[in-house]
Design a binder for this molecule. Structure first.
Ligand SMILES: Cc1ncc(C[n+]2csc(CCOP(=O)(O)OP(=O)(O)O)c2C)c(N)n1
Ligand SMILES: [Mg+2]
Length: 332
C-alpha cells in the first residue's frame, strides 16, 4: 500500500473538511429552496472516501454508489463547482442540471453515479467489473451500498455471478446504522452484515470506517486481490451519518445523545488531532487549510448561483432518440 505519511494526513484533513463544508453549504441553500428535490448528505462518513481514494488507482479504477453521492465524484477529480451547479439545476452542472442531487455522474472520471433505486447499483457495479475483465483493462470497481441495500435480492444475484466469474469488484456496505428510519437491528437478527459474504465463499469482514487508515488498509487488500484476478471482496464499513436520511427527516428514531457519541469519534476531528499530536502542521497552517476550504466552498456557491438554468428545449434533447419517432430529434 502507498505509505501513509504527513502529506496523506494533511490531504485527508483538507479533503474531508471540504466535503463536510460543501455539504453543510448544500443543507443551507436547500432550506433557501435553491436546491430542490431530495438531498442526502454524507456528513460523518467521510473517512470511507478518504481511505478509498488513498488506495485506488484513479487513472483506471471505477466507483459507483447510491444517492448519497455528492462528494465521491469530487474526490475522483470532478470540479466541485460543477457538482454544486448540478445540485442547483444549472446548465454548467455535471449533467447540465438534468440529474440533480441523486444523479451525479462523470464517465470521464470513472464515477458511475448516483442511483436512487436502493441496491440498483450493486449489479451495475459487477457489470462494470465484468467489462473491465472482458476487455483486460486491469481496473477495479468499488461498489458502495448502504446497510438497507444489503437486504435487496439484487445483492445475492450479483454475488453469485461475481464470485463465480472472479470479477474485479469490491462490494462495500457503508453501514451507517439506519436505512431511512429503520435501524439495522430492526431489519435482521444478525448485526454483522459482512457475514453475508460467507455464504458465497467471498473474502469478507468488518472495518472501523471512522478511521481512514483502517479503511485504506482493508480496501488495499481487497483491491490487490481483485487486480490479481482473485475476485471480489465484501466489506462492511462501520460508520455513522450525523444528519437525517434526507433533509426531510425528523429523526425520531434516534436520540441526540447517540449522535453526540459518534461525534466524539468524528473522522475529521480525529485526523486533526493526529496532525497536531505529530506536529504535522502548526495551528497557523491548519487555519490556512480551513480558510482555503471556506474560500473554495464560497467559490462553488458563487459559480452555481451565477450560472444559468438550462433552456427548456434541453429536456427534449437528453432523452433517447427513437429512430422511428421523428418529432423529437436528439441533438446532443
Ligand atoms: C427499491 C427501493 N426501495 C425503497 C426505496 C426508498 N428508500 C430510499 S433510501 C432508503 C433507505 C436505504 O438505506 P441504506 O441502504 O442503509 O442507505 P443510506 O441511506 O443509509 O445511505 C429507502 C428504503 C428506494 N429508493 N428504492
Ligand atoms: Mg444506511
Amino acid at each position: 500500500m502507498k505509505k501513509i505519511t504527513k502529506a496523506t494526513y494533511l490531504k485527508w484533513y483538507e479533503d474531508m473538511l471540504f466535503w463536510r463544508k460543501f455539504e453543510d453549504k448544500l443543507a443551507q441553500v436547500y432550506i433557501q429552496q435553491k436546491v430542490r428535490g431530495f438531498l442526502h448528505l454524507y456528513n460523518g462518513q467521510e473517512a470511507i472516501l478518504a481511505g478509498a481514494l488513498h488506495v485506488m488507482d484513479l487513472s483506471k479504477d471505477k466507483m459507483i454508489t447510491a444517492y448519497r453521492n455528492h462528494v465521491q465524484p469530487i474526490g475522483m477529480g470532478v470540479d466541485p463547482r460543477k457538482v454544486m451547479a448540478e445540485l442547483y439545476g444549472k446548465k454548467t452542472g455535471t449533467s447540465m442540471g438534468m440529474g440533480g442531487s441523486m444523479h451525479i455522474f462523470s464517465k470521464e472520471h470513472r464515477f458511475y453515479g448516483g442511483h436512487g433505486i436502493v441496491g440498483g447499483q450493486i449489479p451495475l457495479g459487477a457489470g462494470l467489473a465484468f467489462a473491465d475483465k472482458y476487455f483486460k483493462r486491469d481496473a477495479v470497481t468499488l461498489t458502495f451500498l448502504g446497510d438497507g441495500a444489503a437486504r435487496q435480492g439484487s445483492l445475492h444475484e450479483t454475488f453469485t455471478m461475481a464470485v463465480k466469474w472472479n470479477l474485479p469488484v469490491v462490494f462495500c456496505v457503508e453501514n451507517n446504522g439506519y436505512a431511512m428510519g429503520t435501524s439495522v437491528a430492526r431489519t435482521s437478527k444478525s448485526l454483522d452484515i459482512w457475514k453475508l459474504g460467507l455464504g458465497y465463499d467471498m473474502p469478507c469482514g468488518p472495518v472501523d470506517a471512522m478511521d481512514p487508515e483502517k479503511v485504506a488498509e482493508a480496501l488495499d487488500e481487497a483491491i490487490v486481490r481483485a487486480r490479481k484476478g482473485e475476485g471480489p471482496t465484501f466489506l462492511e464499513l462501520k460508520t455513522y451519518r450525523y444528519r437525517g436520511h434526507s433533509m426531510s427527516d425528523a429523526q425520531q428514531y434516534r436520540t441526540k445523545e447517540e449522535v453526540a457519541e459518534y461525534q466524539k469519534i468524528d473522522p475529521i476531528t480525529t485526523v486533526k488531532d493526529i496532525i497536531k499530536k505529530n506536529k504535522y502542521a502548526t495551528d497557523k497552517e491548519i487555519k490556512e487549510i480551513d480558510k482555503r476550504v471556506k474560500d473554495l466552498v464560497a467559490e462553488c456557491e458563487k459559480f452555481a448561483e451565477e450560472s444559468d438554468f438550462p433552456e427548456i428545449q434541453t429536456m427534449y434533447d437528453v432523452v433517447y432518440e427513437q429512430k422511428d419517432y421523428p418529432f423529437l430529434p436528439h441533438k446532443l
